[in-house]
Structures are given as structure tokens and as C-alpha cells.
Ligand binder design. Structure first.
Ligand code: HEM
Length: 562
């Protein structure tokens, strides 16, 4: 997920070797253009020697240039950072590469948590020459990201994805300033808490389709992905995705996969942004990035034009009618709406954690079902209006958010002016990361933090949550996202026994710690089975789906009239 590109996805150990490899490749291409015979003709020995010499010289020159740039950046950084107060403490690193080699690529947040235990709730970690300040407690996070939000709400520069792949148009990576505010205002106009309440009719029908699909399928990741894509596509562009693989959405998914590959492949440039000054032939990420950018412009603009032609209300039309949007270019408008489709991929991730938790914690599921049976009964599906009467189901959902944070390393903020805190210096431009893992597994706030215990939220409802981030960059889609998660989890618990999957009598075991690595974290693919709780429940699921209004124009007009 592109919005959550952050330092812990750097693949730190291998990253440092990446650029020379790329440089070598570029020289092969370059040399071939100049002196190699056409394909099929043998190369002469003198041509071969010339090529080899060019290749070796080019490679050496490129390596020397890179080394000189990195050394200059390092010295400059050292000079600038001489001030009376120390940086927050942290593990000693190596010159230039800092702590890159000490941070494992698997579960790096556990290492960060161990460092918090050793050095305190605010620590300095270096991914390259730049200091990253990592926050490991709610108290520190609140103080800096929320109370001092006017200076802690920027984003660090992400060269590859921010500048090249998204051409400086991705809201979640924009520095704090006029452009971010303009984009944020447009998005907030249709994602705020009041607007989110109006989307219930669409969430209702999409979740009924989800329940109905699970009657005949155990492919829950596909079912969740369709839900999320369809909800956002319908709101943004006025088209529902009924079969999980229609054109624009499938193209979009492919585009996102290509973008993720690009992000994962070029971490060194983000650690040393000065490398972006290299000419294009030594910086292949620039060409690949602008190709991806052009693909996005085409996709987003086509979706936008289609949306403007539909008969009913949608976000694209609403955005064009806003006073705030009058001065924004058309291409920028297409991005403001387009990137939300991608941001909403978090909902299926949370739902997969829910399935994993349900299979592994049948007692908690039983308790939630008893509550649903008592409050809702067997004759109808639960709705969002029932949620205030379902304390255990609400607690179950909050525990899903906490138990396996889907952005365990948080999304990086950046500080825009020098600051001081607890006797430490936080230099202007530093990246500030919240280690959600430390917050959500804090033994002082949560007893037995590794256990899945929904009742903790009933005993202590005021414990804070980190799932949607902090301060002025807190997730603007949180109301829509939370409503989706509440409705689907309540309805799935009401309808299904969710259990282990068996094949030829053999149980598919689930490793509760087998999570994807990278900026966001979801369970690695696993199997589960969904068995309807009774014929009566089946009858309700089928009837509710068959009877529901499915015409997207009617649903959107209903939303517009609320
Ligand atoms: C359960 C679902 C979701 C979760 C757990 C989630 C989580 C997050 C988190 C942790 C952040 C970073 C906050 C920070 O920097 O402190 C974020 C940012 C963001 N989210 Fe979500 N999100 C969810 C759903 C959505 C949805 C449905 C949308 C849009 C329809 C959305 C749009 C965004 C955007 C645009 C940002 C960037 C904000 C900025 O930098 O200004 N999210 N989200």
C-alpha cells in the first residue's frame, strides 16, 4: 500500500548494494547503444575490449561519484547537527549507513521495541545519515504529534514514490503546507464524520453481497477486496464492482503492484535523497517512476471523466463543485479522488486479521455471538444502529485493531522546525515515526499484551488506539473505514462459524505470527472455513441480499439526499 511507505520497509541490509547493480545494468545498455553490432552479428574482439574498458571505467567513475556524494552529505549533516542538546538516545551505528545493518528486515518493529525498552520512549535511529526519531509510548506521541501538531505534521521526502511515481501529487506524502491543505480539504469534505454516516446504504448492500458470497466460498481475501474496492469505486466514480475483477479496478490493482515493486526496489535513494541529483542514465528510478506516473494519470483521468458523465451524485462531481477546488488543476483533482481507492485497501487487511483472530479464539467468538443473539436475534442482520447495544462486539473489534497493528511501524511524520523535548534536540527535517507495535503491545497499558482479550476494552474503555494514526495527518478515511469494519465484523459474527479449514481430514494450521513484512502488515495467506450458523441464518442472508436495492444510481441519489 503506497500511502504507508516508510523507513522500516527499506529492506535495510541489501539496500546498500542496490545502486551499483543498477549502475552496471545502465552501462551495459549505454555501451550497447554506442558500439555493439546489431542482434545476431558476432562481436569483434576489439569491440569487446573497448566495451569492457568502457564498462569498467564507467562503473568505477559511477561508484566514485556516488561515494563522493554520500561522503559530502554525511559531512554536511555532521556539521549542521552540532548543537548544545543531544539527540534522543539510541543504538550506536556505523558511519554513513547508521543503524541500517542492525535492523532486521523481518519484524523490524520488534527490534525498535527492544531499543525502546533499553533507551526510553523516544529514541534516535539512523537509516543512513539522517536521524529518525522513533516514538514508543502514547504519552510521547500525544505530546509531539498532537499537541505540537503545527510543526510535526509534515512528511519526509520520499524520492522514488513521492517525487517520481506520484509526481508530488499523493496527499499522504505531501509536505505540510498549502498544497496538502488544499487536497486534504477536498478529501475531508466527503470523508468527515457526518458525510460518512450517509454512506450506510451503500455499505449495507456491499456487506450483504459479502455475506452472500461467503455462503459458497471460503476465499475471504477476494470477498473482502471486492467489498472495499466496490464501496470506494461507487462513491468515487459511480460504478459498483460486482464481480471482483472488472476493468478499471483490475488495471488499478496491477498498477499498484507495479508501484509497490518500484518502492521496494529503490530504498537507497530515500535514505540518501542527494542521489536523485544523478543524471537520468545513472538514476533509472526516474524513468521508471515517470512511466508509472503517466499510467496513473491515464487511469485516474479516465475514471474521472467517466464519473462526470454518470447521472447520479459521486465524490468526483462533489469535488468539482467545491469552492476550495476551483483553483486546482484537472490532473490534480483526478489524483485527489483516485488515491482514495488505494488508501482504502486497509479495510480488507483489518478483516483478514479479524478472520485469523476468530479462528484462533473461539471462546471470544462464542461470547460475541451470544451477545448478538440476545440483542439482534436470529431473524435479521445487525446494523450500525445496533452497535451501541453490543459492547462485547465493539470490544472484539477494538482488540482486532490492537492485536496485530496493520501499520506496525506507523507512517512517518516530519518536523518542520528545530524542537526540544525531555532535554533532547529534535532537529528540523527529522523523520518522526510512531512505533505502533510498542504502543499497542505496551505492558503497562495492556496486561498480557500478546493475548487476544476483547474484555480488556470493557474493563478499561478509555485506553487509547493507534490504528488510525495521530495529529493533523490522522487518517481522514477513519469514519468510513471504521463503519465498514464494524458492520462487516458484526454481520460475519452473526452469520458464520469461522473455523479452521480441513482438506482430506487434515487441518490447515495457522501461525498467528506469520504476517507480511513491509510498511503494512497483514496475515500471510492462510485458509479458514465459513459455515453458516443455521438454516434460519442462511435464509436471512439470502433474503437480505436478494431484496436489497442494487442499482448504484438509486443508492447514490439516496446518499445525496440525506
Ligand atoms: C480500517 C481502515 C483504515 C486504517 C486502519 C487506516 C489507517 C491509516 C493510518 C495509520 C494513516 C497514517 C496516519 C498518520 O500519518 O499518523 C492513514 C492515512 C490516510 N488514510 Fe487511512 N486507514 C483506513 C481507511 C482509510 C480509508 C477508507 C480511506 C479513504 C477513503 C483512507 C484514506 C487515508 C488518507 C488519504 C491518508 C493520508 C492522510 C495524510 O497524510 O494527510 N484511509 N490511514
Amino acid at each position: 500500500m503506497i500511502q504507508y511507505v516508510f523507513m522500516s520497509c527499506m529492506g535495510p541490509v541489501d539496500a546498500i548494494y542496490l545502486i551499483p547493480h543498477v549502475v552496471v545494468e545502465e552501462h551495459v545498455v549505454h555501451a550497447a547503444n554506442l558500439s555493439l553490432p546489431p542482434p545476431g552479428k558476432p562481436i569483434s574482439s576489439s569491440q569487446s575490449r573497448t566495451c569492457r574498458a568502457m564498462f569498467v571505467q564507467g562503473k568505477t567513475a559511477a561508484l566514485l561519484a556516488i561515494f563522493a556524494i554520500l561522503a559530502a552529505a554525511y559531512v554536511l549533516r555532521l556539521r549542521r547537527s552540532s548543537s548544545r542538546l543531544p539527540l534522543p538516545p539510541g543504538p550506536r551505528g556505523l558511519p554513513l549507513i547508521g543503524n541500517l545493518r542492525q535492523i532486521p528486515s523481518v519484524n523490524p518493529w520488534r527490534t525498535l521495541r527492544a531499543w525502546h525498552l533499553a533507551y526510553g520512549p523516544i529514541i534516535t535511529v539512523r537509516y543512513g545519515p539522517n536521524p529518525t526519531i522513533v516514538l514508543g509510548s502514547y504519552a510521547v506521541t500525544r505530546e509531539l504529534l498532537e499537541k505540537r501538531g503545527s510543526i510535526y505534521s509534515s512528511r519526509p521526502r520520499m524520492v522514488v514514490v513521492g517525487d517520481h511515481v506520484y509526481g508530488g501529487r499523493l496527499t499522504s506524502l505531501l509536505p505540510y503546507g498549502a498544497r496538502w491543505r488544499a487536497q486534504h480539504r477536498v478529501q475531508a469534505s466527503f470523508l468527515n464524520v457526518r458525510a460518512a454516516q450517509k454512506y450506510h446504504p451503500l455499505q449495507d448492500v456491499e456487506s450483504k453481497q459479502l455475506l452472500w458470497e461467503l455462503l459458497d466460498s471460503n476465499d475471504f481475501p477476494a470477498v473482502f477486496t471486492r467489498y472495499s474496492a466496490s464501496l470506494i469505486f461507487a462513491l468515487a466514480y459511480g460504478t459498483r464492482i460486482t464481480d471482483g475483477a472488472i476493468g478499471e479496478s483490475a488495471d488499478f490493482t496491477r498498477l499498484m503492484e507495479d508501484i509497490l515493486r518500484e518502492v521496494d526496489g529503490n530504498p537507497i535513494v530515500d535514505a540518501f535523497p542527494i542521489l536523485d541529483c544523478l543524471p537520468r542514465f545513472l538514476a533509472p528510478w526516474k524513468t521508471r517512476g515517470s512511466r508509472l506516473y503517466r499510467r496513473q494519470v491515464q487511469t485516474f483521468e479516465k475514471n474521472m471523466e467517466d464519473a462526470l458523465k454518470t447521472s447520479a451524485w459521486n465524490w468526483t462531481k462533489a469535488a468539482f463543485n467545491l469552492k476550495d477546488a476551483k483553483h486546482l488543476e484537472r490532473e490534480e483533482m483526478s489524483f485527489i479522488v483516485g488515491v482514495l481507492h488505494e488508501a482504502a485497501h486497509t479495510v480488507p487487511m483489518v478483516l483478514e486479521v479479524f478472520v485469523m483472530a476468530s479462528v484462533l479464539h473461539q471462546d471470544a467468538v462464542r461470547q460475541a455471538q451470544e451477545e448478538l443473539d440476545a440483542v439482534v436475534g436470529p431473524g435479521r442482520l445487525p446494523t450500525l444502529n445496533d452497535m451501541p447495544d453490543l459492547p462485547y462486539v465493539n470490544a472484539f473489534i477494538r482488540e482486532v485493531f490492537r492485536w496485530r497493528p496493520i501499520t506496525p511501524g506507523g507512517m512517518p511524520h516530519a518536523v518542520i522546525q528545530d524542537d526540544e523535548y525531555m532535554g533532547y534536540r529534535i532537529p528540523k527535517g527529522a523523520t518522526v515515526v510512531v512505533n505502533h507495535w510498542s504502543l499497542d503491545l505496551d505492558g503497562e497499558l495492556f496486561d498480557d499484551p500478546l493475548e487476544f482479550k476483547p474484555e480488556r476494552w470493557i474493563t478499561n474503555p478509555d485506553v487509547p488506539e493507534s490504528v488510525f494514526g495521530f495529529g493533523r495527518r490522522i487518517c481522514p478515511g477513519r469514519h468510513v473505514g471504521r463503519n465498514s469494519v464494524l458492520l462487516i465484523i458484526a454481520r460475519m459474527l452473526w452469520s458464520y462459524h469461522i473455523g479452521h479449514n480441513y482438506e482430506n481430514g487434515k487441518k490447515h494450521e495457522i501461525d498467528p505470527w506469520d504476517m507480511t513484512q513491509g510498511p503494512d502488515s497483514r496475515p500471510m495467506p492462510f485458509k479458514a472455513s465459513f459455515r453458516i450458523r443455521s438454516p434460519e441464518h442462511r435464509e436471512v442472508v439470502e433474503r437480505e441480499w436478494l431484496d436489497s436495492e442494487k442499482d448504484v444510481d438509486v443508492l447514490l441519489e439516496q446518499i445525496a439526499s440525506l
